[in-house]
Design a binder for this molecule. Structure first.
Ligand SMILES: [Zn+2]
Ligand SMILES: [Zn+2]
Length: 336
């Protein structure tokens, strides 16, 4: 009989996750079995648990910020050995043949499958991953501190890169991605302007403690025009707001997978060769570049650790904006 593991499973969107005993899966030829140590909880997780994203496979174990150790390998696995530390991101599989895959844009693959969405993810004691989509992680930091890098860190990195060279960078929504990208941007010599929920003084103080030169409410005008702005909050009304505060030629990047409708706005806000774009998913190359940067100098994630069984509580607190930094599930026994 197969060994059993605990997993938090979504059966009915809108009704939360349920703790279910499942058989420990067995790796296919290209797969590795991972003993999960920690898994981050991302905003995307509550959008999919709430049924706001299409094409979800059910039942599903969410979780796409996975840190663990290789526990078993499939017959064709050549990149990993048992015991190695491994990270699994959102991008779980691509076709390798479509026009996007062939052009180095596998993040846009028409057949792509995503971890914790179409492929069971890391809200479990064990998970499987395709060996080609995993990243090697440094040994030093705790698993709980590395987990948010797998999505919040990586998407922040991709968003900042696609914003172009910016001296003055605005960050709308200062959560898991915002606090990590601020550290990266400072390393690149940028001035960071953090824009939080209006009146959220504790998050503004948190942003300043990480080196933001200015922090205020998203309803305020930053003290100078920005070269670029990254929007991590799922609020479409921030798009015209951010456009209003960037200079001609500047760029606004929408970095979330889900956003409420964008209100209409005067063309003058886009005029002047301002650019509005989204960032979708990640490529493996983003991950290789990003984790090479992290290996040189770690990013310090501020984490709130929950036990696996408390995943619904972590999602609720994230939904309420009640977490400063990132929420992480720990599979170690006794985690609070
Ligand atoms: Zn994510
Ligand atoms: Zn493809």
């Amino acid at each position: 009989m197969d060994a059993l593991m605990r997993a938090m499973v979504l059966e009915h969107p809108g009704q939360g996750l349920r703790l279910v005993p499942c058989p420990v899966p067995r790796p296919g030829p290209e797969q590795i079995l991972i003993a999960v140590e920690a898994c981050g909880v991302c905003r995307t997780d509550f959008h999919l648990v709430d049924g706001e994203l299409p094409d979800m496979v059910l039942p599903m174990t969410p979780g796409h910020e996975i840190v663990g150790r290789v526990a078993a390998i499939g017959a064709a696995v050549d990149r990993w050995t048992i015991g190695q530390r491994v990270g699994v991101p959102w991008l779980g599989w691509t076709c390798g043949a479509c026009r996007y895959c062939r052009a180095g844009q596998e993040n846009l693959c028409t057949q792509a499958r995503f971890t914790g969405y179409q492929i069971p993810g890391g809200f479990a004691q064990y998970t499987l991953a395709d060996q080609r989509y995993c990243f090697a992680l440094p040994e030093g930091p705790a698993a709980e501190e590395l987990a948010p890098l797998l999505c919040a860190g990586l998407i922040g990195y991709r968003a900042a890169r696609l914003a172009g060279s910016a001296q003055r960078l605005g960050v709308y929504g200062f959560g898991a991605a915002g606090h990590l990208v601020t550290q990266l941007a400072r390393r690149w010599g940028c001035e960071v302007y953090a824009l939080t929920r209006p009146g959220d003084e504790s998050t503004q103080a948190f942003a300043r403690s990480l080196g933001a030169v200015w922090a205020g409410g998203a309803d305020e005008a930053p003290p100078s025009l920005l070269d670029a702005a990254l929007i991590f909050a799922p609020d479409g009304s921030l798009v015209p707001t951010a456009l209003r505060h960037i200079r001609p030629g500047g760029c606004v990047v929408c970095a979330g997978i889900h956003m409420s409708d964008i209100p209409s706005f005067p063309y003058a806000l886009l005029w002047g060769e301002r650019v509005l774009r989204s960032v979708a998913n990640l490529t493996r190359r983003d991950g290789e570049e990003f984790f090479a940067l992290v290996a040189q100098a770690p990013l310090k994630a501020q984490v709130h650790v929950f036990a696996l069984e408390d995943a619904n509580q972590a999602l609720d607190r994230l939904r309420r904006g009640d977490i400063q930094g990132a929420a992480v599930l720990s599979m170690r026994s006794g985690a609070q």
